[in-house]
Design a protein around this ligand. Structure first.
Ligand SMILES: [Zn+2]
Ligand SMILES: [Zn+2]
Length: 296
């Protein structure tokens, strides 16, 4: 879909090709996941798929989203590099692309006709759900308006961004090396479910759930999405206070209540090893000030 409202940077053909590998490879993973119908899944292969899901989910939520994109805490550059390499192996493109797309394409125009993947615009109901879940990635405007200066000025981060397909392909090869076609199938299945797990934040967490905070969009706190994404489903708070390292907050009987947020626990664990600092958290007063009236 061509977006007439956007002023978009001109990208060289090579970069367009590099970013286009994202939807191509994730489509290959969807097809490859069918392998498990032929090979079956032993408990070892199932464990492999589970481990790959949760580790890569954490790299997307804790490193890409809360560290590199929203800067809700600070970390040594090695954490950013290693985390980005693992996040690339999830098949969701590199850090520059992710940051550009997420901030410009989603937060700056959330649930408006210019949002890259809103389930509420331009389509609604089931069509809107499928658009935000997968359709936008294949048929939408894949390129961010521009690439963020901070990730682009870090030479290593830039290389990781451009070579985003390598960790994914490498992990597929490692899976095959460990357990043949059965483990390769588990890798494809894990990567496919992981893609849809992250996409639920775009779709379901903008349709179903509570809105305890004022965010001026349709973002919701959705427990199922929070479970699947290690806390990212507490999405209403995230839109209301994007800089907060903890997303898990709600309001009950006029009081702030903390919700389970494993990504935040991971950040606190990093802090114990001096790998995270300046963790940004809202005060109770701030949270009550942005409370939705019917919850306060
Ligand atoms: Zn965000
Ligand atoms: Zn959102």
């Amino acid at each position: 879909m061509t977006n007439v409202y956007r002023e978009q940077q001109q990208y060289p053909n090579l970069l367009v090709f590099i970013y286009s590998l994202g939807p191509i490879l994730i489509t290959v993973c969807h097809v490859g996941a069918l392998l498990v119908l032929v090979t079956g899944l032993s408990w070892q292969a199932l464990c492999w798929g589970f481990i790959l899901y949760w580790i890569r989910m954490l790299s997307i939520t804790g490193i890409y989203h809360r560290l590199i994109i929203h800067k809700s805490y600070q970390a040594p550059v090695m954490v950013k590099w290693l985390g980005s390499l693992i996040a690339c192996s999830a098949g969701q493109i590199g850090p520059s692309w992710w940051k550009g797309h997420h901030l410009q394409g989603h937060h700056n125009r959330s649930d408006t006709p210019e949002d890259s993947h809103s389930p509420n615009s331009p389509y609604r109901s089931m069509k809107g759900f499928f658009w935000s879940q997968f359709g936008w990635h294949v048929f939408g405007n894949l390129l961010p308006d521009s690439l963020p200066a901070d990730t682009e000025s870090d030479r290593v981060m830039k290389i990781i961004d451009r070579l985003h397909a390598v960790p994914l392909i490498l992990l597929g090869a490692i899976s095959y090396g460990i357990g043949g076609l059965e483990f390769l199938g588990a890798f494809f299945l894990s990567t496919t479910i992981l893609f849809h797990g992250v996409a639920l934040v775009n779709s379901l967490a903008h349709i179903v759930g509570e809105q305890p905070f004022v965010s001026n969009d349709n973002s919701r706190n959705n427990w199922f999405v929070a479970f699947a994404t290690l806390g990212e489903g507490w999405h209403n708070l995230h839109h209301a206070a994007q800089w907060s390292a903890r997303h898990g907050y709600t309001i009950r009987d006029g009081k702030i209540v903390c919700l389970p947020d494993p990504t935040y626990w991971f950040i606190k664990l990093l802090e114990k090893f001096n790998l995270a600092s300046n963790i940004k958290l809202p005060t109770e007063k701030y949270l009550l000030a942005i409370a939705n009236k019917k919850f306060s």
